[in-house]
Design a protein around this ligand. Structure first.
Ligand code: BG6
Length: 470
């Protein structure tokens, strides 16, 4: 079972199905840099950073990040060397259509064409996501996802992307973690526009799914072929005990944070219980006639699952202030399970079996939809402390990935429809307000020279991909 060095044959204990997707995931704002280059318009991150740089770790903003815009060739070569057969990136809406509407930016078309072609030439299938938290600034000024019109502008952007790149891109995703801009931007103040208002949050969530469904419809009308899906961060909700009050708390947390997107995406409709809670509190979003049919038609072909950590909850200990603003946490408290395993370098719980539970839930309750792990990874602060002879000795990351893969393997053996595993992420990147605080890459990025250096985990991943298992 010990890890051998590169080139030697590992005993194959966990063999994955043929053509399993091995790769990693990234997003435009987090890797491209070139924020003011190549005709890109501003998005909310460029703006928020200009306005409040002190909200970002060490005041570092998104102007340069990993400079993928200029270094994509080198990076794709490294991906190939690391055994990637698939790679996810996102298109920046404000790069392709600065301002969110109107003219296409031809420099952006050229850039994304180059990336797609380079990937394909290197035997790596591009997985393309259309939206990773990066609303064009002008559209945010107009109200962002609170405004129904923005769903039409998004549909138009998606159509253009299918038209421009659909001849070569066969795996599309409408959104990455759509619950995050809702939580961050409209409930808990960690994304722009820093609103705290459940009713507005519910409208944003709803319009995101309307935009999603419109894009799915357009994709199918485009007849370019391939599959379309969405990427959801599923945080399985575990109750403190089997006591009915704890079970109810965990059921409601699951409704708010998982099923609010999972059900409409896969089943084409919202969970009854969720509608009831919102309607009881007078905070149902505004809908339009025909929306139910639209959501039905927006059912996905393929689900990306991001999994980092579980959510542990218990029944509320104190009743919420009935005059205070409505919040999801009116219904549950979080629960720190004694003895839980923690990532000591990032502070999130590590619970590898969560991957299995998610997959079994998809099998049982969601028609065993085709899926894959679209993000999973381990963030580490001050990772330079693990450098020996120029290489980050990230045995903790190898162990993290290996233990999660074991559970994914078991889920597949037990009949789930999982087709691949993407690590978050390929190279250390800029992460929203956390900037470079937590490093996740297989490759270390020197923030001065931007040089990429493989970590020990890169060598390990290469062997896993080569052997299709470990
Ligand atoms: C994921 C997001 O949820 O978490 C990524 O999709 C993000 O965009 C990642 O970078 C890690 O976040 P953090 O805060 O640990 O850097």
């Amino acid at each position: 079972r010990t890890l051998k060095t590169e080139g030697t044959q590992l005993p194959i204990q966990y063999k994955f199905p043929e053509n399993f997707w091995w790769g990693s995931a990234t997003s435009a704002t987090q890797i491209e840099g070139a924020a003011n280059v190549g005709g890109k318009g501003k998005n909310i991150w460029d703006y928020w950073y200009e306005k409040e740089p002190n909200r970002f770790f060490e005041n570092v903003g998104p102007e340069t990040t990993s400079d993928f815009y200029h270094r994509y060739k080198e990076d794709i070569r490294l991906m190939k060397e690391t055994g990637h057969n698939t790679f996810r990136f996102s298109i920046s809406w404000s790069r392709l259509i600065p301002g969110g509407r109107g003219e296409i930016n031809q420099e952006a078309v050229q850039f994304y064409n180059n990336v797609i072609d380079e990937l394909i030439q290197n035997g790596i299938e591009p997985f393309v996501n259309l939206f990773h938290f990066d609303m064009p600034l002008e559209l945010q000024y107009e109200g962002g996802w609170e405004k129904r019109e923005v769903t039409d502008l998004y549909e138009n952007y998606a159509k253009e992307a299918f038209r421009l790149f659909g001849d070569r891109v066969k795996k599309w995703f409408t959104f990455n973690e759509p619950v995050v801009p809702v939580e961050g931007g409209y409930l808990y103040d960690f994304h722009y526009p820093n609103v705290v208002d459940f009713k507005r949050a519910a409208q944003v969530a709803y319009h995101t799914m309307i935009a999603h469904a419109k894009a799915v419809r357009s994709f199918r009308q485009s007849n370019t072929g391939g599959k379309i899906g969405i990427i959801l961060n599923l945080t399985p909700s575990y109750p403190r005990s089997r006591h009915p009050a704890d079970l109810k708390a965990s059921h409601i947390a699951d409704l708010f944070f998982n099923r609010s997107f999972l059900d409409p995406a896969v089943l084409g409709e919202y969970p009854r219980d969720l509608i009831e809670i919102l309607s009881e509190h007078g905070i149902l979003p505004v809908t339009q006639p025909g929306d139910s049919e639209l959501l039905q038609a927006g059912k996905i072909d393929l689900l990306g699952v991001n999994y980092y950590q579980p959510r542990r909850v218990k029944a509320k200990e104190h009743l919420p202030n009935p005059y205070g603003p409505f919040m999801p946490d009116w219904f549950f408290d979080s629960y720190e399970m004694p003895g839980r395993k923690m990532n000591p370098y990032r502070g999130w719980e590590i619970y590898e079996k969560g991957i299995y539970d998610i997959m079994m839930n998809l099998k049982k309750n969601y028609g065993n939809i085709e899926s894959f792990i679209s993000e999973n990874g381990m963030g580490v602060q001050n990772e330079e402390r693990f450098i020996r002879d120029g290489e980050v000795q990230d045995d903790y990351r190898i162990e993290f990935v290996r233990e999660h893969l074991k559970w994914l393997h078991k889920a597949i053996a037990d009949g789930c429809n999982a087709k691949g595993y993407h690590l978050w992420t390929f190279m250390d990147n800029w992460s929203w307000t956390n900037a470079y605080k937590n490093r996740y890459g297989l490759f270390r990025v020197d923030l001065g020279t931007l040089k990429r250096t493989p970590k020990k985990s890169a060598r390990w991943m290469k062997e896993v991909a080569r052997n299709n298992g470990f």
